[in-house]
Design a protein around this ligand. Structure first.
Ligand code: SF4
Length: 397
């Protein structure tokens, strides 16, 4: 498996595959072919169908310069649901065609180029194998990450600080999110409600929700956030990090929790997908939920086997979840979905802690990742980040 640096990426919202990945694709092309007269970017599949709502055009124009690029929206399917083809104009000829795939979480692959694949740093690909290895070596899952992913602790400290910053900014947000949905920013008000709630359970739920909304409203505004594992699902882990930090858990412990969460996300990325266009929202929110379950369980002192159980719940009960963003904006149902998933992480952690002690869990995390992969292939294309079905048809703008 690759370094956690490839999973937690810091960059502009609202969508890791449609903004961050596209920007990385443009950067790749520009590094190879700088100083050409003009650039042409053809967008296919989900990039073409939801690119406007995901600010894909803005990212491309900001990168090349509005008068140096033309964007062609091609409503045709290609070999990957997020395909872009870039060419450039030199001496009156359109040349140097490159086909680039935005494969999820901001990562790109380039047709015919093998060395873009990041090297593996972890020797294992499945959580069961990792837990067995950790038990043998008498270490926990965070130790495992630090043993193999060189320098990752410092990088995760940066991620941690960025997550605090995102929520700080998001709670102060006012006005409306960009786009035609005219959605008001509400994170700050939810937080205020949490402060005045008398029931401690309600207070806790509103607080966690406020942090998830804050992160997502920042992402939807095109501001800098952290993929965890994507930008559309970036509010879940970020919310829990902020919640635990504001309730006395140390930075050092939370950085270890981010390592565990990242390991879980990495297992999904390696064995299935974290892309909504490839596997539906189960791949994004399901994975984010599993990561949050892992983080919460680690912070609460649960064993590696209990972490496996909680993370398994995080995906299992999101299986089949479709991706149908209204108007192509990463707002409805995405923002609320992050809040709901963050809350679910604490329930899953408690299931693992209490129910896990009564009866052995029959479904492992690795099994459910496998099921998620196969389920994703059966989700119709209308419900995989194309805005051609589901809520995207039902909710009028
Ligand atoms: S519905 Fe889920 S997968 Fe689709 S854009 Fe929203 S958060 Fe991402």
């Amino acid at each position: 498996m690759e370094s956690l640096r490839e999973l937690y990426r810091i960059g502009p919202g609202p969508s890791s595959s449609h903004s961050l990945g596209v920007r990385n694709g443009c950067k790749y092309y520009m590094n190879k072919y700088p100083d050409h007269e003009k650039y042409r970017v053809e967008l296919y599949g989900s990039l073409a169908l939801t690119g406007k709502g995901h600010m894909t055009d803005k990212v491309i124009e900001d990168f090349f310069g509005r008068d140096k690029v033309e964007i062609l929206w091609k409503h045709e399917d290609r070999e990957h649901p997020n395909t872009m083809v870039i060419t450039s104009l030199k001496d009156g000829k359109w040349i140097n065609e490159e086909t680039i795939y935005s494969v999820g979480g901001g990562k790109i692959e380039v047709k015919g180029v093998r060395d873009l694949v990041d090297p593996d740093v972890f020797p294992h690909d499945h959580l069961r194998e990792i837990i067995r290895y950790c038990d043998k070596e008498n270490m926990d899952l965070a130790d495992y990450v630090f043993r193999y992913d060189e320098g990752i602790e410092e990088y995760l400290e940066t991620v941690f600080k960025q997550m605090l910053d995102v929520v700080e900014r998001g709670l102060k947000g006012t006005g409306y999110l960009p786009g035609k949905l005219h959605l008001q920013k509400v994170a700050g008000e939810i937080y205020e409600q949490s402060l005045s709630a008398e029931d401690p359970t309600v207070r806790q739920k509103l607080e966690i929700t406020a942090y998830a909304y804050a992160a997502m409203e920042e992402s939807s505004s095109g501001h800098t956030v952290v993929t965890a594992p994507t930008l559309g699902s970036s509010g879940v882990v970020c919310s829990l990090v902020n919640y635990y930090y504001r309730h006395g858990v140390s930075e050092e412990r939370l950085v270890r929790g981010l390592a565990v969460a990242g390991l879980i996300g990495n297992v999904v990325k390696t064995n299935a997908t974290i892309s909504g266009a490839a596997g539906g929202c189960q791949a994004e929110i399901g994975t984010a939920c599993a990561m949050g379950c892992g983080l919460a369980s680690y912070i609460e002192g649960l064993s590696s086997n209990q972490i496996d159980y909680a993370a398994e719940i995080g995906i299992e009960h999101n299986l089949g979840l479709t991706c149908d963003p209204v108007g192509g904006y990463v707002q409805i149902p995405c923002i609320e979905r992050n809040g709901v998933a963050a809350l679910r992480c604490l329930d899953a952690m408690n299931y693992a802690r209490y129910i896990g002690g009564i009866r052995k869990n029959r479904v492992s995390f690795d099994m459910v990742v496998n099921v998620m992969k196969h389920t994703g292939k059966k989700i119709p294309v209308e419900l995989r980040e194309t805005s051609l079905g589901g809520l995207a048809l039902e909710v009028k703008m």
